[in-house]
Write a protein that binds this ligand. Structure first.
Ligand SMILES: C[S@@+](CC[C@H](N)C(=O)[O-])C[C@H]1O[C@@H](n2cnc3c(N)ncnc32)[C@H](O)[C@@H]1O
Length: 268
């Protein structure tokens, strides 16, 4: 981010933003009263929101570790969110310091805090792109200044696709990103589902929509479709707690259901 770009950031505090609502659920401080109000309303309507956000974030850590263990050293994370430690680059570079990471998000508040995402290892690199996931040409072009798309990349869109619908051609969009990836690349996804908490998620989705944020929970079949043509890593598409859980995830599962599906697949 250049200084002039940083100077032009305008934060709209008159309506809630998904990144800031999620930040409130994660216990962060980078949110405003409008965000807290919606976050509390959704939590009251769907008691799973806080543990869901935490479980989702931990899935990102496990999936990135898995990609690093598979030898991947390049990461493109779209829909990054407000920095929350450990951030993706800390997990990736913790496993392999030479890892190169590009973050992308379209929310000005994430841009404002991007500096925290840019303090990576000396051996690797971290970059930030302020762009909309619906503009793959821009994201792939700018990411290509740092990543070599001739070699495997882990592409993560974690807790992002539930903000995208048919009008965004969400399946076509993911296909366009995946088409650009080299064999051996990984696709890391999670998203909210109505399958596991139908009433709570319907209420939460309605609250998001009424606040101006379109929201699209998906069934297991709809979620699995994102991975068409790819090789799913075990255990496949599954409720987020169950994806290669660490002992702390097994313990957290006792707190109750989390209506989020997760999956990781490899491009053959
Ligand atoms: C729920 S947060 C998830 C953050 C992080 N991926 C995680 O799982 O911890 C969703 C993020 O997606 C971003 N986002 C939503 N719509 C987007 C879009 N059209 N383009 C880029 N980012 C978007 C939001 O700004 C927010 O930071």
């Amino acid at each position: 981010m250049s200084e002039s770009e940083a100077g032009r950031i305008t934060i709209d505090t008159s309506r809630p933003h998904p990144a800031r609502v999620y930040d409130w659920w994660l216990g962060g401080k980078d949110n405003y009263p409008v965000d807290e109000e919606l976050a509390r309303k959704i939590l009251a309507a769907d008691g799973t929101a806080v543990r869901g956000a935490r479980a989702n974030r931990r899935f990102m850590h496990r999936a990135v570790r898995t990609a690093a263990e598979a030898g991947i050293r390049q990461f493109l994370d779209i829909g990054t969110g407000i920095p929350t430690e450990p951030n993706l680059h800390q997990v990736a570079q913790g496993a392999a310091p030479e890892s190169r990471v590009v973050y992308a998000d379209n929310d000005p508040i994430v841009l404002r805090h991007a500096e925290a995402l840019l303090k990576g290892s000396a051996e690797g690199s971290t970059d930030y792109v302020h762009a909309d996931v619906r503009d793959p040409d821009t994201i792939l072009r700018l990411a290509g200044e740092s990543l070599d798309f001739g070699r495997p990349v882990a592409l993560s869109l974690v807790a992002l696709t539930h903000y995208l619908g048919d009008e965004d051609d969400v399946y076509g969009l993911i296909e366009r990103y995946v088409a650009r990836l080299a064999p051996g690349s990984h696709l890391i996804l999670s998203q909210v589902t109505q399958d596991l908490s139908p009433e709570g998620v319907a209420r939460a989705a309605e609250l998001f929509r009424r606040s101006g944020t379109p929201f699209y929970p998906r069934t297991l079949t709809e979620f699995a479709r994102f991975f068409d043509g790819l090789e799913l890593l075990g255990p496949g598409v599954i409720p987020v707690y169950g994806w290669r859980p660490d002992p702390e995830d097994v313990a957290a599962q006792a707190e109750g259901v989390v209506p989020v599906y997760a999956g990781v697949a490899r491009k053959p």
